[in-house]
Design a protein around this ligand. Structure first.
Ligand code: DLL
Length: 441
């Protein structure tokens, strides 16, 4: 088995004791580097009466202060960088929902780590040198495009830097260039499936075998749909700009949880209300500490992503821990009449009624100070030609499925084909008009 392992992937199979020792040494070095070079971190350590020497075991990480997205905004653009600018060779930025973006930087060594973890991700998903990879993540400030690109080149795959959008060209390239693997957001791939089918091409005639999808939450039901419709295997890749970009973790051939590249990233799950660290198996907010980042190290970064650590070892042989697929972001959670509702629950309910994934969006408004929700579901061309009664039945079934899943009766409105905007990157599922004082009719 050793002969088959790519040298970059050796840490995937480290003895757990060795891995813990490596993590501790790297954690201590990171804490020292941040203490020496990042004012905000040193100040917070001083406030707690902590010094880097107080980190003696891996569990001591819980003594360290959290880093929040607001800290990145408050120190915009470079305030949390731990190296002088002359060592920074790349900048990326993530568009925040409001105001200024978050700026992240990389040294040459950071880029090396990044391409290595993305290479390990691609190998876990079954790619090899010689694969032809259509990289439809956006190139530019977004980390998706260039992040996947670096890993693919390092692997020796032929990477097509097509970036997002221009769906007709994507389909032409997929067919003519003999594309064997693709990466993009899952919602964009679903759009591609729709367009491929409409253009009369059959996936059977394409060489496409593997999809590496991420950058937004998606469900097992969505995976089933993608795999069934396109005949490829679809893998979930996770990452975030603040930590490195894509490549924090990925699923392996078992498709049962996201392996975290623990030699570079230390993960904890905390209760988002009490900040208590939760044991493996319990669901909470993912908190990540980088162990090797030079330019932009992160200590206990609050991701807002909701998941849990899978307690068991994976059948694939990797000793790396796994997290369950990200169900949602804690800040995506809607509270409707006192009930916590996640968009992924609505999606699963819709999929349980319709075999084909419907295009949908969730409209949030406010009426008399209370949040109101409406689910808009696009009907397909075929359905649109159906009789009114059949559409009514469909609407009732969808509403029933949602009520059954979330325990709340929610209005469902069927809308005409192609009226819900398609996205080339991350899908926008929630239209939040609560601050506009609008009301649902
Ligand atoms: O989305 C990095 C990335 C690019 C990951 C390509 C995977 C593939 P950001 O734009 O900073 O970075 O957004 C990070 O996206 O905190 C999650 O909420 C969400 N996210 C990323 N991957 C997944 C996933 C990139 N596989 C934020 N499942 C994260 C669910 C995901 N959510």
């Amino acid at each position: 088995m050793e002969y088959d392992i790519h040298p970059d992937c050796m840490p995937d199979y480290l003895d757990p004791g060795e891995l813990r020792a490596l993590q501790l040494a790297r954690l201590q070095a990171t804490v020292q580097r941040c203490f020496d070079n990042v004012d905000l971190f040193r100040q917070r350590m001083n406030e707690r009466g902590l010094t880097p020497g107080d980190i003696r075991t891996l569990d001591d990480v819980s003594k360290l202060p959290f880093t929040q997205k607001t800290d990145l905004r408050d120190t915009y653009p470079y305030g949390l960088f731990a190296v002088p600018m002359k060592e920074v060779v790349r900048l990326h930025a993530s568009s925040g929902t409001t105001g200024k973006p978050i700026v992240v930087g990389y040294t040459k060594d950071d880029l090396d780590v990044w391409s290595s973890v993305v290479l390990r991700s691609f190998i876990a998903a079954g790619l090899h040198a010689g694969d032809v990879l259509q990289n439809a993540y956006g190139y530019g400030l977004f980390t998706g495009g260039l992040g996947a690109h670096g890993g693919a080149e390092r692997l020796g795959a032929a990477v097509i830097p097509i970036s997002g959008g221009n769906t007709d060209r994507q389909i032409m390239v997929m067919k003519d260039f003999g594309v064997t693997a693709i990466c993009c957001t899952p919602s964009y791939f679903i759009h591609l499936i729709e367009k491929v089918n409409a253009s009369g091409i059959s996936f059977k005639d394409l060489d496409l075998k593997i999809g590496v999808f991420g950058a937004e939450p998606w469900t097992d039901a969505m995976r089933d749909y993608i795999q069934r419709e396109s005949g490829i295997r679809a893998f979930d890749i996770y990452g975030l700009s603040e930590i490195i970009g894509p490549g924090v973790g990925i699923e392996c051939s078992e498709q049962s949880g996201i392996h975290i590249f623990e030699d570079h990233f230390l993960v904890e799950i905390v209760d988002p209300r009490t900040d208590e660290v939760l044991p493996a198996g319990e669901e909470g907010e993912l908190v990540i500490t980088t162990l090797t980042k030079q330019a932009f190290p992160m200590i206990r970064y609050r991701t807002h992503d909701i998941t849990s650590i899978v307690p068991e070892r994976c059948a694939c042989g990797r000793t790396l821990c796994r997290i369950n697929r990200i169900r949602s972001r804690s800040d995506d959670m809607m509270v409707i009449r006192g009930i916590n509702v996640f968009p992924s629950q609505i999606e699963s309910a819709l999929l349980s009624v319709e075999e084909k994934l419907p295009h949908y969006q969730i409209l949030l408004t406010r009426k008399s100070g209370l949040d109101q929700i409406e689910v808009q579901v696009e009907v397909t061309e075929e359905m649109f030609g159906d009789r009114i009664r059949e559409l009514e039945t469909m609407q009732k079934n969808l509403a029933y499925a949602i009520e059954h899943t979330i325990g709340l009766r929610v209005p469902v409105r069927l809308v005409e084909p192609h009226t819900i905007a398609r996205s080339e990157g991350k899908a926008k599922r929630i239209i939040d008009k609560r601050s506009e004082g609008e009301e649902i009719r």
